[in-house]
Design a protein around this ligand. Sequence first.
Ligand code: FAD
Length: 317
Amino acid sequence: MAEVLVLIDSVNGNVKKSSLELLTAARALGEPAAVVIGAPGTAAALKDKLAEYGAAKVYVAESDEVDGYLVAPKAEILAAVAGQASPAAILVASTPENKEVAARTAFKIDSGFIADAVDVSADGSATQSIFGGAVSVSSKVTHGIPVVSLRANSVAAEPAPGAAEEVSVPVSLSDGAKAAKVVDRVAEAKGSRPSLQDASVIVSGGRGVGSADNFSVVESVADSLGAAIGASRAATDAGWVPHQMQVGQTGVTVSPQLYVALGISGAIQHRAGMQTSKTIVAVNKDAEAPMFELVDFGVVGDLFKVAPQLAEEISKR
Ligand code: FAD
């Protein structure tokens, strides 16, 4: 069976959930083979998890140099591994950095790149969801090894044992790969809340919240549930919360167990990013808000009255 290369993302020695989803999706196309690129020691910490999620092989490209540069080394290494393995496809998670890696890799191996897919099929075609989920496009790379970026939460990660046979990849970066160097890294201030992509519960606020200060109402519901905080584009565009919190077509795609929407109308572009949530709850003072078409539980009311009661009641349990 042909290999399917999966570029692995990790943080603090843990494989990111999106990479586990890729390993799961890869099984539809062939035998998953993880590609770990990073500083020495990166792969050792990840190997058990990669085996648990079905990686038959783990290509390990480790060097102190790799971390010091932007995307170009990853593309160079991924293209080299592709040359060696002749895989059926290359999958990366749809992050801005990975999409650049993917596009550069496709260029280097003379193939095509499909961005932001929500599914991949055994015949190598990829599905993209466009116009806010109104249209599904099925595309296929017609030349060379398809390179596909898959949106987070499109596929549920499922364990399947893999041998995780380690294959060492020599790292010798070209001058071109070293053209842009990282000069500083500043960790984002992080609270105790889970990240939006990984959270199983998300509480989001929209224009109905009214101001940055009022987002404390959203925070208190989120805190009572141990949830991540999201927002509509209206709220992020207003500067009430950072753009990284935007859920939707041009924001993050999420698929938590529970999604609570406070003061969000349910525009198609917002729904595109959260409509696959398992249970959806909305509070909106407008009974005609489109979000109510989607919800499992809806409360027609003023969020400033309903949300504090909700937080208080949940905190008691
Ligand atoms: P509104 O539509 O203004 O809704 C506010 C809601 O709050 C209303 O339903 C109102 O009844 C309710 N409300 C007001 N006060 C209260 C109260 N006190 N209590 C309870 N309810 C109250 N949007 C996204 O979210 N994500 C995206 O990724 C995204 N991408 C886009 C891409 C494109 C190309 C375009 C054109 C638009 C995109 N948008 C996106 C914007 C989208 O079309 C909507 O404008 C946006 O989602 C609206 O945000 P909202 O629901 O918070 O605001």
